[in-house]
Ligand binder design. Structure first.
Ligand code: GLT
Ligand code: MN
Ligand code: MN
Length: 388
């Protein structure tokens, strides 16, 4: 019986804000006491995580003096050294402080925009000091409740200007850092800009340094937009832009849930894990989720272990799917190609186009053929249910 034991090579990471979530929601007070960053590092080491990610202010309070900052960072580094945990990713909190109530990089007030840049440069320095190689940007407040408040074109241009500035800053400092932008359609703003991974992939191509910018798609955020997460991830991967990934779960049409990975949509989680493993995604598997509000810290450990365990079980199911002879035969049949169309298709030529326009197709026969996707899907379900 496999142990589904997390190992460093699985690259399972959690944010300080995930297992450190104290269960506050818009209707209720915290249900768990606050753990210090050092305590969180030890909790993560205990459950078998590989790394810990952080916002600047998860570690260093926004109003800390330089001396306080240095002391906190030194203590944190000691905890990392003692546990062997690493910090693969860092990010900036540009959403909690009231200064950012109208956004950070896209805010109407130029002072807020400049302060956001300043705060991010300090946070990038902190991330680089801790060894982070990926720097995430989640525009938590970059949006509006009413389009009377902001010109959407100005918002895009301001965001581009900020990203270009920060790319140059990282290059100028000689940091070995890639930026990963994270989309979300709404919450906490009524509507957020760069609302899906697709929007962001297009936006990246308009930057001065597109090669150093990719995406950090999150399961819940694409589900909130009603989208197929795997398809966004695949598009990012295919263009070399999958720099990071936020794993969690979310029921379609509900509030922002950030549930344990695989808690709601097992089949989508299966195809996602299968994709990441099949293509050989080498980045962090970051669980951006938190325990139910009903839990104490034992429940938080259950939550964290559950995220990793479900991932590893699904990884095993993916291998079983790939090795299943009946499934493999169906997949082969579905993708069969006798080469008869090769003279007409592929790269364009005038001759091919002329020949293709004159070719005869049995349209009725094409439409009449059954594709056996029902059988294939049922076999998939049976792999997942453990009867194959
Ligand atoms: C916040 C958000 C996440 C982002 C984090 C990075 S913070 O919890 O809900 O999706 O990834 O800023
Ligand atoms: Mn996230
Ligand atoms: Mn989220």
């Amino acid at each position: 019986m496999p142990s589904y034991q997390p190992k460093p090579e699985h690259k399972f990471t959690f944010g300080l804000w995930t297992v450190g979530n104290i269960g506050r929601d818009p209707f209720g007070e915290p249900v768990r006491h606050k753990l210090s960053p050092v305590e969180i590092v030890h909790l993560l080491a205990e459950v078998g995580a590989y790394g810990v990610n952080l916002h600047d202010n998860d570690l260093v309070p926004i109003d800390a003096t330089v001396a306080e900052r240095d002391r906190i960072v030194a203590e944190f580094k000691e905890a990392l050294a003692a546990t062997g945990l690493v910090v693969p990713m860092a990010t900036t909190n540009l959403f909690s402080d009231p200064a950012f109530k109208d956004g950070a990089f896209s805010a109407n007030d130029p002072r807020v925009r400049a302060y956001a840049l300043q705060k991010t440069m300090h946070a990038i320095d902190l991330g680089a000091e801790l060894g982070a190689r990926v720097y995430v940007f989640w525009g938590g407040r970059e949006g509006v409740e009413t389009d009377a408040a902001k010109d959407p074109i100005a918002a895009i241009k301001r965001t581009r200007e900020a990203m270009n500035f920060l790319c140059e800053y990282a290059i100028d400092q000689g940091y070995d850092l890639k930026f990963a932008l994270e989309a979300k359609p709404n919450e906490p703003r009524g509507d957020m800009y760069n609302s899906t991974t697709g929007h962001i992939l297009a936006f990246i191509e308009s930057l001065d340094h597109p090669e150093m910018v990719g995406v950090n798609p999150e399961v819940a955020h694409e589900h909130m937009a009603g989208l197929n997460f795997l398809h966004g991830v695949a598009q990012a991967w295919e263009t070399g832009k999958l720099f990071h990934i936020d794993l969690n779960d979310q029921a379609f049409g509900r509030y922002d849930q950030d549930f344990r990975f695989g808690a709601v949509n097992l089949k989508s989680a299966f195809f996602l894990v299968k994709f990441l493993e099949d293509v050989g995604y080498g980045g962090s598997r970051h669980f951006d989720a938190h325990a139910y509000r009903t839990e104490d810290y034992e429940g938080v450990r259950d939550f964290a272990r559950g995220c990793m365990r479900t991932y590893l079980i699904l990884k095993e199911k993916a291998a079983a799917w790939n090795q299943d002879a009946e499934i493999a035969a169906l997949v082969k049949e579905i993708n069969a190609d006798d080469g008869a169309m090769a003279p007409y298709t592929g790269a364009y030529s005038r001759d091919k186009a002329r020949a293709l326009k004159a070719a005869a197709f049995d349209r009725v026969a094409l439409g009449a053929r059954g594709l056996a996707y029902e059988r294939l899907d049922q076999l998939t379900i049976e792999v997942l249910l453990g009867v194959r």
